[in-house]
Design a protein around this ligand. Structure first.
Ligand code: NAD
Ligand code: DAU
Length: 341
């Protein structure tokens, strides 16, 4: 079995590559990544010399390159993680989100169709469903919740999902889609809430909380997401969408306070800053379909997962310090400089 993993140098992709390389020594895992600011091969150091693993640098939206790669490699399965993934960046510069997330997906779909791929899996997000009100804890996203996006990021992901489903219906391409809630865990790029707060708190720096910090996210440990995708590509029904989430809803303020407490840092580090435009209020996934059809069960709850994650950042300082000292510093200044003054 030969599997193409796109975006395998990013946060979830690198965790998925680890999972697959270790669990399936008989498979060939090819990691295709453009190495944008979010791609980091240091996240794959411990498996880079494994005989069942190979890295290829390239752009999923580069049609001639992708066609040549598929012609040469003849993949059985494609798992597409490659994307621009940060909502705030999509507000600053939407164009690259259309280019990578929509056009790139369509190139991969064409290549999968042309070269008879047996399963194309699209890694999507709960953000395609929009948001839920804060005062209706009884409401959850199911696979039939209408798509209703808020940001350029979520709009690009929803658009890609519609192309994936169109290639199933029109061309019979054997596709599956997973829509997961917020992930956290090792190798999470420190522009996202949890790693950003951990590393800034460690340095006693101000913690920028958007608005009142009352927005709710449904947190899932990245290993549980990887296990779900593994199940779906092997046992999921083609043409189907599977929601992935573990019922771990927390307000942003609860998350930040949990991190501060674990690090023994004062809550006075919290700084309320201008809200994200169009900020989604609450995400909450109903994972019943994945649980009942495929027997998926998360291994972590938020308390065990966040403790493991904080420990990981404490014991892998060299991993994130290299990011902080590089391009990331310029990005942070551009994104927060004015807001933290
Ligand atoms: P990430 O930003 O950490 O990683 C994205 C990776 O894609 C990087 O390695 C980057 O170099 C690569 N990439 C970007 N453009 C590319 C291109 N044109 N060609 C090839 N590679 C390219 O993202 P992530 O958080 O790991 O998310 C991975 C996927 O999972 C995305 O599709 C995202 O929408 C989805 N998702 C993320 C979450 C989350 O909480 N992070 C939750 C649900 C779904
Ligand atoms: O729900 C899945 C999505 O989760 C994925 O599809 C996205 O790729 C991923 O980035 C994530 O999106 P969010 O916008 O929810 O994640 P982020 O970490 O950027 O923000 C989480 C919450 O924290 C959100 O309500 C905004 C808030 N926030 C974020 C940052 C970076 C802050 O208050 N301060 C911050 O500095």
């Amino acid at each position: 079995m030969k599997i193409l993993v796109t975006g395998g140098a990013g946060f979830i992709g690198s965790n998925f590559v680890h999972h697959m390389v270790k669990k399936y020594p008989e498979y060939e895992i090819v990691n295709l990544d453009l190495l944008t600011y979010a791609g980091n091969l240091e996240s794959l150091r411990d498996i880079e010399n494994e005989p069942n693993y190979k890295f290829v640098r390239g752009d999923i939206a580069d049609r001639p390159f992708i066609m040549q790669l598929f012609e040469k490699e003849r993949f059985d399965i494609v798992v597409n993680f490659a994307a621009e993934s940060h909502v705030d960046r999509s507000i600053t510069d939407p164009g690259i989100f259309v280019q990578t997330n929509v056009m790139g997906t369509q190139v991969l779909l064409d290549a999968s169709k042309a070269y008879g791929v047996k399963r194309y899996h699209q890694v999507s997000t709960d953000e395609v469903y929009g948001d839920l009100p804060l005062d209706r804890p009884d409401l959850f996203f199911t696979e039939t919740t209408p798509l209703h996006t808020s940001s350029p990021y979520s709009s690009s992901k929803a658009s890609a999902d519609l192309f994936v489903l169109a290639y199933y219906r029109t061309f019979g391409l054997p596709v599956t889609i997973s829509r997961c809630s917020n992930n956290y865990g090792p190798y999470h790029f420190p522009e996202k809430l949890i790693p950003l707060m951990i590393i800034r708190a460690l340095d006693d720096e101000k913690l920028p909380v958007y608005g009142k910090g009352e927005n709710v996210r449904d947190w899932l440990h990245v290993e549980d997401h990887c296990a779900a995708i593994d199940l779906i590509i092997h046992n999921g029904r083609v043409g189907e969408v599977y929601n992935v989430g573990g019922h771990n809803e927390r307000t942003n303020l609860e998350v930040v306070k949990t991190i501060l407490k674990a690090l023994d840092k004062p809550e006075s580090l919290i700084n309320y800053v201008t809200d994200r435009p169009g900020h989604d209020l609450r995400y909450a996934i109903d994972p019943t379909k994945l649980e009942t059809e495929l027997g998926w069960k998360p291994q972590y709850n938020f308390d065990t997962g966040i403790a493991q994650t904080i420990e990981w950042y404490l014991t892998h300082k060299e991993w994130w310090q290299r990011i902080v000292s590089g391009e990331y510093s310029n990005y942070f200044e551009a994104m927060y400089g004015e807001r933290l003054k």
